[in-house]
Write a new protein. Structure first.
Length: 276
């Protein structure tokens, strides 16, 4: 039991304390420390501003749009990649798994810089496309919602594939044989048997990908900064903004982000109960 004390200390210090501080700050006019000095009072103005000012509602909508869409598209790609990988064996499978583990750590700033190098305004592929007259790629705008969407989908793939791979072990070979003997095609088998059996794992993977995407900061900050409003960028700006820092409003936006994640997890857990 004593070995768990350092872990408990870390959880309290770096998880519980910031969370409590964030919640309290969101309802105070000023920081917690300053509230005792400057007479900080309970207020709902921070949440009122989020609702009334379009810039914050747009940030929430943009974050939800790119997160939900990239998670769904990424999950579909992950499903077929994991299916193909589950059929591999030996060194070939080990090599693919090593590659996925390697690419799953390649995210954030390095990934964004790599995409800028390849698909940015002066990116290698864009310049080549302009030379040969390939219009779709030569006019591609990486610094937009569509550009960010491609990157969001990309970093969903390695993690999602690795998370989905164990769920294919739940689908027994005997079931496939029985379905084939009953003249049930592959599509029918997966729709009626395979996917329902795997659904708890699929929904769990959706949770991870959704939470990862909606809290992403480095990619949108480097690509669009404040030209496109996104929730994580707005939150950080409230705490470390060059012009004005508003930690109370930043804490309120953080609460909104936390509520979105909790609602998503709650809804997927309700769906899980139907398949368990």
């Amino acid at each position: 039991m004593a070995f768990l004390l350092p872990l408990a200390f870390i959880i309290v210090l770096f998880e519980c304390v910031p969370l409590v501080s964030m919640i309290i700050n969101s309802f105070l006019d000023g920081m917690i420390i300053n509230s005792f000095l400057d007479g900080g009072q309970f207020t709902l103005d921070n949440f009122k501003q989020i609702i009334e000012k379009p810039i914050y509602m747009v940030a929430i909508k943009n974050s939800l749009w790119i997160t939900i869409l990239s998670t769904i598209v990424g999950l579909v790609i992950d499903f077929f990649l994991a299916m193909a990988l589950s059929r591999e064996t030996g060194k070939k499978k080990t090599w693919y798994l090593s590659l996925l583990n390697l690419t799953s750590t390649f995210s954030g700033v390095p990934l964004t810089i790599a995409f800028i190098t390849v698909l940015g305004t002066a990116g290698v592929f864009v310049l080549i496309s302009q030379k040969i007259g390939f219009t779709p790629l030569s006019s591609y705008n990486l610094y937009s919602m569509r550009g960010m969407f491609i990157i969001y989908v990309y970093f969903q793939i390695p993690m999602g594939t690795l998370l989905l791979l164990p769920t294919f072990e739940k689908v027994k070979k005997e079931w496939k044989e029985a379905a084939r003997l009953m003249n049930a095609g592959s599509i029918r088998f997966w729709l009626q048997i395979g996917i329902p059996v795997m659904m708890p794992g699929i929904l769990g993977t959706f949770n991870m990908l959704f939470s990862n995407a909606i809290a992403t900061y480095a990619t949108p900050y480097l690509l669009v900064n404040n030209s496109i409003s996104l929730l994580p960028v707005k939150i950080v700006d409230m705490f470390v903004g060059d012009v004005r820092q508003r930690p109370g409003l930043g804490s309120s936006l953080s609460i909104v982000l936390l509520v979105i994640v909790l609602v998503e997890i709650g809804l997927t857990n309700l769906c899980k109960q139907h398949f368990e």
